[in-house]
Ligand binder design. Structure first.
Ligand code: AHR
Length: 670
């Protein structure tokens, strides 16, 4: 730092401010470069976030793979109804001989023995006489299907003709009264599994539609992977994502996305670990499995789709692989009688390590490499530029974990020193697993350690100095999961206060992501979530707005001592510059119940443009947004005139972001 007239001026202003303000927080005048990746997202298929959520597939149990191991009363025909129309009869069975792929063993067999004829005359009005004559299966989707008039839907299914004659099929979208919203005909004419497709354009809208696959000629056929997608997915991708929900994430401009979990990544027992290879390739060949949050994973949203989505929104992919041990809660340790953490046997470790290395080749290798070719076959010949891999998720720090983590870390570092490894430190902010996790990670010289904690808002407010004293020489921090327990404004504002301290410490806290991300109405296992949704709409929590206000107003340099606040635990603030735009960004948080003054001194910066943008999230501490009242609490944008120095009156329970444009290069001191 050079000592010049500006320094002297700044110091004088600081001293003057100190005299007026009394005991202010004093820092040496200085700036520091901070992580470019601080604010990202964590996506886990919990609360129906993927199947029935972000993944736009509308048919539930499309491959007839549901089973009681997902949830006790589920089976191959969950979400399907057997339908006969106009006195037709036959049978519906689930079979497993000669499936499309061994990973996808179950399929439905329709035997259409008789196709009825409509009666005429006085009895023609009875329900059995309605509709096209035939026999089939109807899917009611994930809590029914939303169909919009004028929109087109891609229907596909795999089928195999078992009887001699080709079989006629009518595919229709229907509302609850059986009114046809769209309809197309198909002929099943192959004795081998074949994919059949039609597009359906809806004539009417319905909030409770279903899809019917009706055999209308005699014969027997096998059906599998019966699928319906809106054509309007995010970026119109096939096998894509629900556009409204995906756009909410894109709007946050996250630096990265961590996926696929969470506990989902290390799984309920070793047989349930999330194995990335089972989730790439054609959807009919992916290995579905139970979701440890009490439902089912089709893997339709698999590694390819995660990476593609990251690329589509400019976020870095951060896959988390199990450290070859399962969740310590396997078998329900939180209930009585769980089996606890399970480890892959040592003889399986070489293959497992290869699986980790293969992921790097799949993501970054040339299209001519073995695994790069799998990526290319899916439509992405260019590498995905993977930079990070997480190994483990808040695992119990047993000797089994340590041994396996060390083996994986050693192999990845040896073969791919360019990849930044992320270790794990248990489920809590401190304690035995936390200490041991850090120790193991540091011994392995990993780049980052993943910390997780869910706490009361008061905890966040009394830990605003947590990272100030972290050793800058050890691994960086990835705060991979955190949230204050609740989605009220007071929770979000406590998180905002904490996030200013993440910015202050972004030389050591390199990445952070709130958790969990999505929660579907009626299917929520975890109560603190960022976005609530149903099939049609969503509610953005105050926590979402806080995250977005930070992630869309981030930069690369942190400045100390720009905002002076009274020594007051209810207040917190930070100042960041974005070198790309030259913008100076101030964040000011008041977690108290009264308006509070903050003094802003911008004399360090040149060429400030007086007209700045201000965004304020404020309100009643208990305020929250719900699906029925989604806009109760929202940030308000306005213009704000800035001066070299000014006082800002932070409203009670508020986060304010002020974004100040500059005319040219503006920094006098570094
Ligand atoms: O975010 C919900 C769960 O919380 C995650 O799956 C797990 O990592 C943590 O315990």
């Amino acid at each position: 730092m050079t000592f010049n007239s500006v320094n002297i001026k700044s110091i004088l202003i600081g001293v003057f401010g100190f005299l007026i303000f009394g005991a202010e927080i004093a820092h040496a005048q200085q700036s520091k470069k901070i992580s470019p990746n601080l604010f990202g997202l964590f996506f886990e298929d919990i609360n129906y976030a993927a199947d029935g959520g972000l993944y736009a597939e509308m048919v539930q149990n499309r491959s007839f793979e549901y089973s009681p191991s997902d949830t006790p009363d589920w089976h191959s025909l969950t979400s399907w109804n057997y339908v006969t129309q106009v006195f037709s009869y036959g049978t519906l069975n689930i079979e497993t001989t000669n499936p499309i792929h061994p990973n996808n063993p179950h399929y439905a067999v329709l035997n259409i023995e008789h196709v009825g004829k409509p009666v005429t005359g006085p009895q023609s009005d009875i329900p059995q006489n309605k509709g096209t004559p035939g026999l089939g299966v109807k899917n009611t989707g994930y809590d029914t299907m939303i169909i919009k008039a004028g929109e087109t839907y891609d229907f596909s299914m795999f089928a195999r003709q078992i009887s001699e004659e080709p079989i006629s099929i009518v595919v229709s979208l229907q509302d609850t009264d059986g009114n046809i919203l769209a309809e197309k005909n198909l002929t099943i004419n192959s004795k081998d599994w074949k994919r059949y497709t039609v597009t359906l354009t809806a004539s009417e809208s319905s909030n409770s539609a279903s899809i019917l696959v009706l055999g209308t000629s005699k014969g027997t056929l096998a059906l599998d992977v019966v699928s319906l997608f809106p054509q309007k997915t995010f970026k119109n991708r096939k096998n894509g994502l629900r556009s409204d929900l995906a756009q909410l994430l894109a709007d946050m401009k996250p630096a990265f996305i961590r996926f696929p979990g969470g506990c989902l990544a290390h799984g309920d027992g070793i047989g349930n670990m999330y194995r990335w290879k089972n989730t790439v390739g054609p959807i009919e060949q992916r290995l579905e499995q139970k979701n440890l949050w009490g439902y089912h994973q089709t893997m339709g949203l698999g590694y390819f789709e995660y990476f593609q989505f990251c690329e589509d929104i400019g976020a870095k992919p951060v896959p988390v692989l199990p450290a070859a041990v399962s969740c310590q809660n396997s078998g329900g340790t939180w209930r009585v009688g769980g089996i606890g953490q399970q480890a892959l046997p040592m003889e399986a470790m070489q293959d497992y390590i290869q699986e980790v290395l293969d992921l790097i080749e799949w993501a970054n290798g040339p299209a001519t490499s073995k695994w790069g070719a799998v990526r290319a076959a899916a439509g992405h010949p260019e590498p995905f530029n993977l930079e990070f891999i997480g190994v483990g998720n808040e695992d119990k720090m047993t000797s089994e974990f340590e041994e396996r983590f060390n083996m994986i870390a050693k192999a990845v570092k040896a073969k791919h020193p360019e990849i930044q490894l992320i270790g794990t430190s248990g489920p809590f902010s401190d304690g035995e697993d936390f200490e041991k996790g850090w120790e193991i990670a540091n011994e392995n010289n990993v780049s980052l350690v993943d910390e997780h904690y869910y706490k009361q808002p008061e905890w966040f407010l009394s830990n605003l100095n947590r990272y100030d004293s972290y050793d800058r020489k050890q691994a960086g921090v990835y705060l991979g999961e955190y949230a204050s327990w609740g989605n009220k404004l007071k929770n979000a504002i406590a998180e905002a206060a904490y996030m200013t301290t993440l910015e202050r410490n972004a030389d050591i806290v390199k990445m952070a992501s709130y958790a969990p991300l999505f929660a579907k109405k009626g299917h929520t296992q975890w109560k603190t979530d960022m976005i609530f949704f149903d099939n049609k709409k969503f509610a953005l929590t105050p926590n979402y707005y806080v995250q977005k206000m930070f992630s869309t107003n981030y930069g690369d340099t942190y400045y100390k001592n720009i905002i002076s606040i009274k020594k007051d635990t209810t207040l917190s603030a930070s100042c960041i510059k974005d070198s790309e735009t030259g913008d100076i960004i101030l964040k000011m948080v008041n977690t108290g119940t009264e308006q509070k003054r903050m003094k802003v001194n911008l004399s360090k910066f040149k060429n400030l443009i007086e007209n700045a943008e201000k965004i304020v999230l404020e309100g009643n501490a208990e305020a929250e947004n719900t699906l029925d009242n989604p806009n109760h609490i929202m940030p308000i944008e306005s213009n704000f005139k800035v001066d070299k120095s000014f006082d800002y009156l932070a409203p009670p329970m508020s986060l304010t972001v002020i974004r100040i444009k500059t005319a040219t290069e503006n920094i006098k001191i570094n």
